[in-house]
Design a protein around this ligand. Sequence first.
Ligand SMILES: Cc1cc2nc3c(=O)[nH]c(=O)nc-3n(C[C@H](O)[C@H](O)[C@H](O)COP(=O)(O)O)c2cc1C
Length: 194
Amino acid sequence: MNKILAISASPRRNGNSELALRAFCHAAEENGISVELIRLQELRLEPCRGCELCEADGICVVKDKMQPLYEKVATVKGLVLATPIYYGSLSAQLKIFMDRFQSWWQAKYRLNRPFVHLDDGKIGYIISVGALQRPDFADNAVSIAKVFFHSINYNFGGNLSLQGLDRKGEINDNPAALVKASRAGKEFIGRYML
Ligand SMILES: Cc1cc2nc3c(=O)[nH]c(=O)nc-3n(C[C@H](O)[C@H](O)[C@H](O)COP(=O)(O)O)c2cc1C
């Protein structure tokens, strides 16, 4: 389905990364592509238990609000993650979301029955926002996202790393950052979604 699932992984509603995500997704909406934005913080997902019960069938036994997300990730074309940089890496909310795809890892590598195939042409993208001018922190987040996208058979479609933004909503006073986000969104939509 030619749809984007936009995952906001900040604990702050309308934080900088979420606002960047919205600017990024604007181009999709302009082109009639539907966008569903999910705030992980509101779902209170349980972390992976490492129980390995998913080894049997690729299904996670933790019955929480993650269950409908598996279905969405299996059906959309674009998955856009937006995270604040926390301690040089992703937010905990995003890491929990990723770890819960261990069931998909089992389905792909142990059961040889992946839920998504690489040639389905699904595309993942990551946006990160940090306070410090530390591109290496953003690089950490991107490396982790690449491992994640690879293991769920999404193609990596790129990243946008914004720095120098700290207070909540500060991105609204930084038109250059918002322009970067909306340009990156236009490029993503033009290249992969049209
Ligand atoms: C727990 C915590 C850890 C943080 N660690 C970093 C960091 O390592 N590097 C950095 O540049 N900014 C760090 N920050 C600042 C956030 O990345 C920054 O405030 C960002 O704009 C938050 O995005 P949000 O508004 O989407 O939540 C940290 C903030 C918090 C609350």
